[in-house]
Design a protein around this ligand. Structure first.
Ligand code: KG4
Ligand code: ZN
Length: 343
């Protein structure tokens, strides 16, 4: 039983073929990182245009690499939200057309849900109910997954997503986009205790997150070091930081961001006593987060890095569960939803 899965919610155009919900036959990802890097972040119009250019070749390559012909595809799955509307539309329209032309059942997928279900593609599959921390450039969510089709969101970011904070701080200290990997690398030679950045205190019963105070604290620190006034912060040439300072800020910021993620996750883990903890999404590639989380919750299941950043294999993993429950949608009914919450 093979599913062709398509993902285009942000700046990666991806297609994958997943066999029996567990085996990744192909996982093709066309990244737009180089295109957006020169703007210091994702430009939605540019992302949509780039998806149009590559989506058909990416799908063809996924089928070719999987050595599966259209007759052996049992269903088509596509991300319907959340994400950038222009980007989502390209995947959704393509999947609708293909489902009609090839006469295949169609499944619409929630991208955040799929980040957590990427764990079903590993040898260490979680049991229900499991707690999932999904940390990416657009989302920071703690959810309790009760079965294949039911989840309860117990905490979310009130402002910036964790990855967004990494990206913005990187820009501020002169590191390239995407900021997460750049900060993580720079932090290796930095002192995490060089600067004291605050942790948001949202109350003992809250499982939410907030990263805007942390981002502002870094901004104030950079202003103090450089003497540059806030109005000129966007002008890259108005200041330059010494490499050691960049490394120290990276390490201190990373520590504060990871501490915040761990604090809320640990609190939720103790409160709900789930059978497993799954950590996924782009920020879950962060090795400091992996190390610190394992110290506290040793059997935490981290999605492997290639399945953490946006990909279509995770879309196929969730689609398999929905296929088993016959959760198909009429191609004429499928719509992109940029702020989708339900499955
Ligand atoms: O899941 P993803 O590919 O896309 C979204 O759905 O947003 O996540 C991308 C985000 C970016 O903000 C990037 O900076 C962050 O994940 N990221 C990292 C690391 N690798 C990627 N953040 C921290 N440490 C990393 N090693
Ligand atoms: Zn994502």
């Amino acid at each position: 039983m093979n599913i062709l899965a398509i993902e285009s919610s942000c700046d990666e155009t991806a297609a994958a073929v997943i066999k029996d919900g567990a085996e990744v036959l192909s996982n093709i990802i066309a990244s737009q990182i180089e295109i957006h890097a020169r703007y210091g972040g994702v430009v939605p119009e540019v992302a949509a245009r780039s998806h149009i250019e590559v989506i058909i070749p990416v799908i063809e390559q996924a089928l070719e690499e999987a050595k599966v012909s259209w007759e052996n595809i049992d269903a088509i799955a596509v991300t319907k939200g959340p994400g950038l509307i222009g980007s989502l539309l390209i995947g959704v329209m393509t999947a609708r057309e293909l489902a009609i032309a090839k006469n295949k059942p169609l499944i619409g997928i929630n991208h955040i849900w799929a980040h957590a279900f990427a764990s079903f593609l590993t040898d260490n599959k979680p049991e229900f109910p499991f707690l999932a921390l999904t940390v990416s450039g657009g989302h920071t969510t703690l959810s309790l997954y009760k079965d294949d089709l039911t989840r309860e969101v117990i905490g979310e970011t009130l402002d910036d997503a964790a990855g967004e904070a990494f990206d913005k701080v990187a820009k501020l200290i002169g590191l390239p986009y995407p900021g997460g990997p750049a900060i993580s690398k720079s932090a290796e030679s930095g002192d995490e205790n060089a600067y004291k950045f605050p942790l948001a205190n949202l109350g003992k019963d809250s499982f939410d997150f907030s990263f805007s105070g942390l981002k502002t604290a870094v901004l104030r620190q950079v202003q103090e070091i450089t003497g540059v006034n806030p109005g000129s912060m966007d002008n890259k040439k108005s200041y330059e930081l010494d490499e050691k300072i960049v490394a120290d800020i990276s390490a201190s910021f990373q520590k504060a961001a990871v501490d915040a993620l761990i604090k809320q996750t640990q609190k939720a883990y103790l409160r709900y006593s789930p059978k497993a903890l799954v950590v996924g999404g782009g920020v879950a590639c962060n090795s400091y987060l992996r190390e610190k989380m394992h110290e506290i919750i040793p059997n935490a299941i981290f999605v492997p890095p290639v399945l953490c950043t946006d990909n279509a294999a995770m879309i196929g993993a969730l689609a398999h569960k929905m296929y088993q429950q016959k959760k198909f949608i009429d191609p004429y009914e499928l719509k992109a939803d940029s702020s989708l919450e339900e499955i």
